[in-house]
Structure formats: C-alpha cells, structure tokens
Design a protein around this ligand. Structure first.
Ligand code: ATP
Length: 297
C-alpha cells in the first residue's frame, strides 16, 4: 500500500510545487509547455521565426475587471537586439513580459512576431521560441540535470553540460559530490542566489530559443557571483531578441533601446546616450536617482 501511495504523494507534492512556482514567478514556460489543453484559435498556424522581431501595437490590458494597466503600448523590439524596459514599480513592465508568451491576451491591440499576430499562432509554437529567466529562479525537486532539462525535455546530457558551461555553472556543479546528479530543491542542496540564477540561465540556454525574456534580479549578489551571472547573461543574450526588465544601470546602458514606462504608458524611448541628455526626462531623473543611491552605499 505504501508503495502505491508514494507516487501519488510525490505527484501531489509536485503539483503544489508547480502551483507555487507559477505564483512565484508568474510564468514558467517549462511548466506551461507541459499543459495539455492549450486553447488555440481554430486554424491557428505555427509561428515562423526569422529575425524574431517583436512588435506591440496599441496594446491595452487590464487584469480581469481591474483598472487598465497598459494604456496603448507601442514597442518594437528589433530582432537580435536588446530592448530594456525601465520605469517605476507598477508601470506595467512585468505585465508586458507576460503578454509575449500569451499568459494573458490583450483585449485590444496586437503583438506581432516577424509580422505574425501571436493570437493567430499555436501557443506551443510560440512558446517554443521563447526562453524566460525570472528574477527569482525556481528550482524543482530533482537533480541539477533535471532542473536544466526543464528548458527542453529532449535535451541530451551533452547539451545540458554545454549549456551549464556557457552559463558558468559547470564548475560549481562539478564541485558537488554527485555533480549533475546532485538533488536540489526544497529537500536538496541549498544553492546561493547566484548559483540558482546560473542554473536558470543554463535552462534558458538549453532551450536555445531566439527570444529571451529576462527579469533582472534586483537583489545584490556578492561580487564574484555577480560577475559570473553577468557573463552567463551576456552569453544567453548574445544573438537573441531580448526584452529585459532592467534593474542594473549597466544593463540599461548596454541595451540597444531603452523604453521608459510610467503608469501603463511608454513615456520615452531611445539609447542611453539620447535619454540621459534630456534633463527634463524621466529617464534622466531615474538615472540620477540610481547614481545617488550607488554613491550612498
Ligand atoms: P515592478 O517593477 O514592481 O514589478 P512593473 O512595472 O513590472 O512593476 P507590473 O508588475 O506589470 O509592473 O504591475 C502593473 C500593475 O498591475 C500593478 O498595479 C500591479 O499591482 C498590477 N498587477 C500585476 N500583476 C497582477 C495580477 N496578476 N493581478 C492583478 N493585478 C496585477
């Protein structure tokens, strides 16, 4: 009896973990990929990606019957480039990120990828082209290898190790007594914030998707971890269309385009150079604020 009970218990536990993960990260493509009942429009076609250019056109959005959170957003994220979303808390940055893999559908406006309205493509084909690195990477109960494999269930062991190397995670993984077979998650090895982030980046790399959505961590890591995470991110971002909710000044400065949001609207956009020299702009003010904070530390 006990033996029959065990798998059910594990499954129930996994279910709870998954629900918690969705709540925690608001979206985890790896889980949502495995949901069997994706409702697609009749006649939905497979997304065909060439440059992975993302365009939001007059996008409005509200959660349920709540207030309007996005009030007519127009953003172009060019293929292979990095677009950074910045702005005060509550501006709607995370909401934009959740609309791209269609965790929610905007009631008004369109989101196009290489000219195809994402409402007209199958969710499975859309999400196959998207990887996501959240601010608080979630680790599932399982081995380190399992956790990276969530990015792409059919990945080979060699591909997993290659992704871990690119994400600067291989060395700390090999330093564990069981290497890639080390259990992590609630009952497993406790990893540092930087190590979790690198595993999450390895998970995104193994997915090898042309679009990377990134919610940059706000919490500070120690300098060594910070440097490793930064190198891992640079690797993950290279050659991809990246939409990043940027919290670090260095990310913003390097971005090809900065989109400044406030209260559900885009209030400014341009490069760091362009925006920083407009003293009356919100970006210049945010920028000064950050400089002040850094000085004070
Ligand atoms: P932050 O940097 O604090 O995450 P943000 O710019 O990413 O801010 P959002 O997280 O998109 O902003 O939130 C925009 C607004 O939408 C906020 O008022 C927030 O309370 C609300 N909101 C976010 N998620 C939900 C949700 N699941 N249900 C209802 N309201 C939500």
């Amino acid at each position: 009896l006990l033996m029959a009970y065990e798998p059910a218990k594990r499954l129930a536990k996994l279910q709870i973990q998954m629900e918690r993960a969705v709540v925690n990260a608001r979206m985890i493509y790896a889980i949502l990929d495995t949901q069997p009942h994706q409702r697609d429009k009749p006649g939905a076609h497979e997304l065909q990606v060439r440059e992975a250019r993302i365009e939001l056109k007059n996008v409005h959005f509200a959660y349920g019957t709540g207030p309007e959170i996005l009030k007519g957003i127009d953003i172009v994220a060019e293929g292979g480039k990095t677009t950074a979303l910045v702005g005060p808390s509550g501006a709607g940055k995370s909401t934009i990120i959740t609309l791209i893999p269609r965790f929610y559908d905007p009631p008004q406006g369109q989101i196009l990828i290489d000219g195809q309205d994402i409402a007209d493509v199958t969710k499975a084909s859309l999400r196959r082209h998207i990887a996501y690195v959240s601010q608080q990477p979630y680790l599932f109960e399982g081995t380190i290898r399992d956790n990276i494999r969530y990015g792409r269930p059919e990945a080979t062991d060699a591909e997993i190790e290659e992704a871990a190397k690119l994400a600067y995670a291989h060395d700390f993984i090999m330093a564990q007594p069981q290497g890639y077979e080390t259990p992590v998650g609630e009952n497993g090895l406790t990893l540092s914030g930087g190590q979790r982030q690198r595993l999450s980046i390895a998970r995104a790399l193994v997915r090898n998707a042309p679009i990377l959505l990134l919610d940059e961590a706000t919490s500070a890591l120690d300098t060594e971890s910070e440097a490793a995470v930064q190198k891992a991110l640079d690797e993950a971002m290279s050659g991809r269309t990246v939409v990043v909710i940027a919290h670090r000044l260095s990310t913003v400065v390097k971005a090809d385009k900065i989109v400044v949001m406030q209260e559900g609207r885009v209030v400014e956009e341009g490069s760091h150079q362009e925006l920083a020299t407009r003293p009356e702009g919100l970006y210049a003010r945010l920028n000064n604020l950050q400089a002040t904070v850094r000085k004070d530390q």
